[in-house]
Write a protein that binds this ligand. Structure first.
Ligand code: ATR
Length: 269
């Protein structure tokens, strides 16, 4: 890390708990590579304190912005002065930029990070039929980004079916030509299968859908980063499916989030 001085700009990652996050290392590496005098630090803030934290951060003139993560991504939308169109669509943000006048602007990079990660791995999305498990924050961001990447169809399967139905409706509003369905645990008939739930994070979690229906023609993608090989990916591998790890989603969005928050050399700012 660069030596911290009086002119170092501060960035944060706001979460509860926060000790497990790996993003500061990534953003601080990018700052170093870009020759920027900045540091990202963890901000451990509980939900009750979120509004006060945002109000305080507005007043800190050398504060550039922050990454927002669990459990604050949805609550943060209403604490920003402005939110990007896709952030409003998803109803969540994961990055905030502080303008020189103290205004806080929110945006979300989960979906674009996921899509960019897949494309970098050679998975072509245009025209493909996608099965998406989950309808929470991450799944919604992914669904809208997939719709934007011109997939042909998205089937959503979620434990709470009404959330899957609501997401399918919003997707149709955004792209009337997109084929949207509410699915079952059976992913058959799709090209790309995505786990957008939090299942797989804990060792004793059930599988997010029926993996006995996976085939060698399918690509199975995770959003869970740790463990790298989730029980879902292990099962998919056994069925001969192509697998895509959870990590590229974060890696692909680090650069985008750093630029959005203003971790940029003065000449490029
Ligand atoms: P995130 O921001 O990580 O997406 P979230 O918005 O809480 O977190 O969404 C979690 C997703 O995982 C949801 O789709 C959730 O299903 P519900 O909408 O029915 O809650 C899903 N999920 C979490 N635990 C689950 C479980 N035990 N079984 C099935 N689905 C589960």
């Amino acid at each position: 890390m660069t030596q911290i001085s009086g002119s170092t700009r501060i960035f944060g990652i706001i979460a509860d708990p926060v000790a497990q996050v790996k993003t500061p290392q990534g953003i601080n590496r990018i700052a170093r590579e870009r020759g920027v005098d900045s540091v990202m630090v963890p901000l451990h803030v509980a939900s009750e304190g979120l509004a006060a934290a945002f109000a305080g951060l507005r007043t800190i003139k050398n504060f550039g912005g922050m990454i927002v993560t669990v459990p604050h991504k949805e609550a943060a939308v209403n604490l920003c002065d402005d939110v990007s169109a896709r952030g409003r669509l998803v109803g969540a943000i994961n990055a905030v930029r502080r303008e020189p006048d103290g205004r806080l602007l929110g945006d979300i990079f989960d979906g674009i990070g996921f899509v960019t990660g897949l494309e970098r791995n050679g998975v072509s999305l245009r025209g493909s039929r996608v099965y998406l498990a989950g309808a929470g924050g991450a799944a919604k961001a992914i669904a809208f980004a997939l719709a934007e990447a011109n997939v042909a169809a998205i089937t959503i399967f979620n434990r709470s079916a009404e959330k899957a139905e609501a997401l399918a409706r919003r997707l149709r509003e955004q792209r009337p030509d997109l084929i949207t369905r509410v699915g079952s645990p059976d992913p058959a008939g799709h090209d790309l299968i995505v786990n957008g739930t939090s299942l797989g994070l804990k060792a004793d979690d059930p599988l997010p859908f029926d993996t006995t229906r996976l085939t060698a023609e399918m690509t199975v993608a995770e959003i869970i980063m740790e463990p790298e090989v989730t029980p879902l990916l292990a099962a998919a591998r056994q069925r001969g499916s192509r697998i895509h790890f959870g990590k590229p989603m974060l890696e692909s969005q680090l650069d985008l989030m750093a630029s959005f928050m203003g971790v940029t050399a003065p000449a490029a700012a």
